[in-house]
Design a protein around this ligand. Sequence first.
Ligand SMILES: *Cc1c(COP(=O)(O)O)cnc(C)c1O
Length: 822
Amino acid sequence: MIQAITTNQIRKIVGDQMISNFEAVLIQHVIIDSRSMVQAEQTLFVALIGAKFDGHDFIPELYELGVKCFLVKKGYKEPNGLSGKLDLIFAEDTRVGLQLLATFERDLFQSPVISITGSNGKTIIKEWLGQVLAQKYAVAKSPKSYNSQVGVPLSVFGISPYHQVAILEAGISKVGEMEILQKIIKPDIGIFTNIGTAHEDGFSSIAEKLREKALLFEDSKYVIYRKEHDQISEYLESAFEGENLISWSDQPGADYTLTIKKDAEKTKILLIKPDMGMFTFQVPFSDVASLENIRHVIIASLTLGMQAKDIQAGINHLKAVDMRLTLKSGYNETLIIDDTYNNDLAGLRLALDFMAAQRPKNRKVVFLSDFMQVGQPGEVYQEVAQLLKHYGIDLLIGVGETIQVLEGELPCQTLFYQNTEDLLAELQEDHFDNDLILVTGARIYGFERIVNKLQQRIHGTTLEINLNALTHNYNFYKTKVLPQTKIMVMVKAFAYGGGATEIANHLQQLRADYLAVAYTDEGVALREEGITLPVMVLNPAQESFHLLKKHDLEPVVYSPLFYRQLGKYCRTHQFSMKIHLDLDTGMHRLGFDQQQLGELKELVEMFPELIVTSLYTHLVGADEAVHEDFSLQQLELFSQMCELVSEYLDHKPLRHALNSAGIIRYPDYQFDMVRLGIGLYGVEVNGIFDQKLRPISSLKTTISQIKHLGAGESVGYSRKGQMGKNGKIATIAIGYADGYDRRFSNGKGFVLIHGKKAPIIGNVCMDMCMVDVSEIDTKEGDEVLIYGPGISLKELATNIGTIPYELLTNISSRVKRVYYLD
Ligand SMILES: *Cc1c(COP(=O)(O)O)cnc(C)c1O
């Protein structure tokens, strides 16, 4: 929520022209995405233009939702019917307008602003610093990693007048960007985390990158950095005044010394201050990166005037795990959004947004704890109430003292408990049936106990799906096709193992154009879960014709016989149906070949009930350069066949040919739509853009037991595993019945434990297998990564003579799928 401002003031700040149909509207919210709208009346929508979208297209939709003020590009003309109904403020460039507005709002904020830049650690430091400072101050911080040219302005709009400190991240990817961010953020205190040595496209050298990033601190009172980072120290010490710099180091010689002492149980950090005051912090982690990040947090908190003991109290409450929203299956068909470590408004808004994006369920239930933020509780809860109303929550279960002010303030049912124990004593799984449940609260309330109670037992092995990575991959392919090219996403085979419903739902949020499944029942399942996108069914069986109509699914028709059968069926039942024609240009699997086009013509005329909605073909070797000639031949033949077929249709059907590999290799043949499959799931089969995609899933299990074995002892069935020397093995809870291929036996496969490779020893068993952990420091119960970041699926597949598709789709349905946003 921003400091209220009138549309007229906004015009003065961002533009020169305005069409006004209302008396000076007071704006309190600025949004760039229709989905984040809370109070339409007081909202300004900024229509940004991106490479692949145009915010102006959403104006009618927003108008329907009640928004009436818009920041638009000069020359924008409202669509018919809306003229005279909107307030339009014009800007040359709406993004610049957004930034100017942010700058104005930033200047209204009088309390300290802390900003963080550097190559790594920005988001973690921001989160931790926020949590530590929250011991004493009302903190605003950028949500997620909103650190870009658009993200920073949005973060600024998240600062409310009652906040006492704001933390904003700044990320840049090329020269010139920081100057803009600096003007918006104007940090009082800066943290320069580190500088990567990797070459980045937007910078000609490390020196340039350093200079650019340091621009952020031009007007800062203090800049915090670690002395050991030579390049940063040298640069800052030459370019800034000494009185503005605050350095820290492991060793004496910097303003603050922060030395690490590790013992078996705990890690301690010994602080020596410039005035020689000392303090010992205890921290709950021991890895190098976390220890560096937390020391930045300590120094920044001291700089802001916090006492060491208060900082320690904050550290005690740090979340040990990454903060992420996770979707879990609960009892009685409930779906649980686990956000148990969140306790700020920006986080609550994200969680409610995520909730709104889920498929429809019975009720929307929110478990919410007191907000620990100091400041004006009244204002905080007012915003909470607004959010809960806006998102149509049916039941609020509040835990704590202050949250009880919401009693009677909400149009929904409310229940309040003094503490989590009281709640747990009454909580039963059967209180909920097919509900959507958000569990979100401050760490000290221990809300993970609520999730544990409501969640179905998860056995050792889980497949975690990162929906943000999925979005990333989807957007990557979107940039590879023309703006008008539609995208059909293949969610057949349980969305390549990832779980069709949740992934389809996410794609619906991303506004994909079409989905495709292999069989009718897969389509029916999507419809029953509330998926409304058009769905093409690749291989519908005759017995399922009635389901196609009932669930509005669109079958592929691939042969004259099938055309006749479906045509007769529709005629008998007197309805029409959209169909898609598979044209065989070389796959020789299903489809009409050239010789059958004459017959097809007769069929089209005979059965007007069947509406030919699209024509497609499938490439046989899109991922391999050796097949380039053949692929081009297929694509040309497809063009010709389309022309022939179109001649006897009275409308223009969509044409599509490219799969994931084809999108990359044959951009000239996008036709009207492309069919995205494996690329969405993180595998770039061409090997050209491997680095651009993110793995979307992690298959994880745990170590059940560890055994020390001597040289010459054997492991597993048929004594296939042999210990070459003394060592130890771990038995892990995954086997071929879970989809872990038996061909990984005897060293053909490996897993990662604490980031280290552990090869499979012996044969993979049905429900478990053994790995050699002789060289790894590990214990029973530790996590094991089977597939995921750090493991190349392509390499693993090659090792056992198969393809990544098979590894992904083989993951058994008994493995629980868990979804999250990172
Ligand atoms: C599976 C499938 C695709 C997607 O292929 P990917 O290689 O996974 O991109 C496209 N078209 C058809 C007809 C398919 O069956």
